[in-house]
Ligand binder design. Structure first.
Ligand SMILES: C[S@@+](CC[C@H](N)C(=O)[O-])C[C@H]1O[C@@H](n2cnc3c(N)ncnc32)[C@H](O)[C@@H]1O
Length: 191
């Protein structure tokens, strides 16, 4: 049986998919003090009509601020339906928000159809990182923004240098970094 047939390996350990049964811990208000959604979303620098994908939105810790930051459509995307249900409740009055379930290494979105892709504490959980980054590259328009938020509090933390090398090998260049070495938002542009 292949990994795909077996389904995602859920767990809190490194490399496993963060389980929806622990979704509430991602919404703990104390998290705002260390990984502020306001500062994180502001760091992406979205235009007023930006079309945005939040890849691996989980229960939507960042999503309400994200949908408020643009008049354009925002796709909340996650592997787990249970995560999306919680995220959807948190953005239910936002007309431009849509929820989609799927695997980040096979995005059901058109080529160059987005202005920004935002991914927070997810990449380390994705077994096919190369496939996911190729997909992000495909769906972003030229000059679009790929924003990656990482925190060392997450068991799947990716250091900035490692992330930059990984993302650069899939056709992006680093355009800016906000935050610290242990907690940052890195902005990449397709090259
Ligand atoms: C640690 S949680 C982070 C959730 C949210 N970004 C946050 O910071 O609160 C990781 C999320 O990524 C999702 N995820 C993991 N692998 C994925 C994949 N291959 N495709 C889409 N989502 C995935 C999980 O289901 C989970 O909701």
């Amino acid at each position: 049986m292949t990994d795909r047939q077996r389904g995602p390996q859920l767990g809190l350990e490194r490399g496993k998919v963060f389980p929806a049964s622990h979704a509430r811990s991602l919404l703990n208000p104390a998290r705002r003090l260390v990984q502020s959604p306001r500062r994180t979303v502001a760091a992406i620098g979205l235009g007023p009509d930006a079309r945005v994908l939040e890849l691996g939105c989980g229960p939507g810790f960042f999503s309400p601020l994200l949908v408020r930051a643009t008049q354009g459509p925002v796709v909340l995307f996650d592997l787990q339906l249970e995560m999306l249900r919680i995220a959807r409740d948190r953005v239910r009055f936002a007309p431009g928000a849509a929820c989609l379930q799927g695997d980040g290494s096979r995005l059901p979105l058109g080529n160059s159809s987005l202005d920004a892709v935002f991914i927070a504490t997810v990449l380390g959980e994705i077994p096919d990182q190369a496939g996911c980054l190729e997909e992000v590259r495909r769906v972003l328009r030229p000059g679009g923004t790929f924003a990656v938020s990482e925190t060392r509090r997450d068991s799947d933390f990716i250091a900035l240098r490692t992330l930059t090398e990984l993302v650069a090998s899939h056709g992006f260049e680093l355009a800016g970094v906000k935050g610290f070495r242990w907690q940052y938002v890195a902005l990449f542009r397709p090259n």
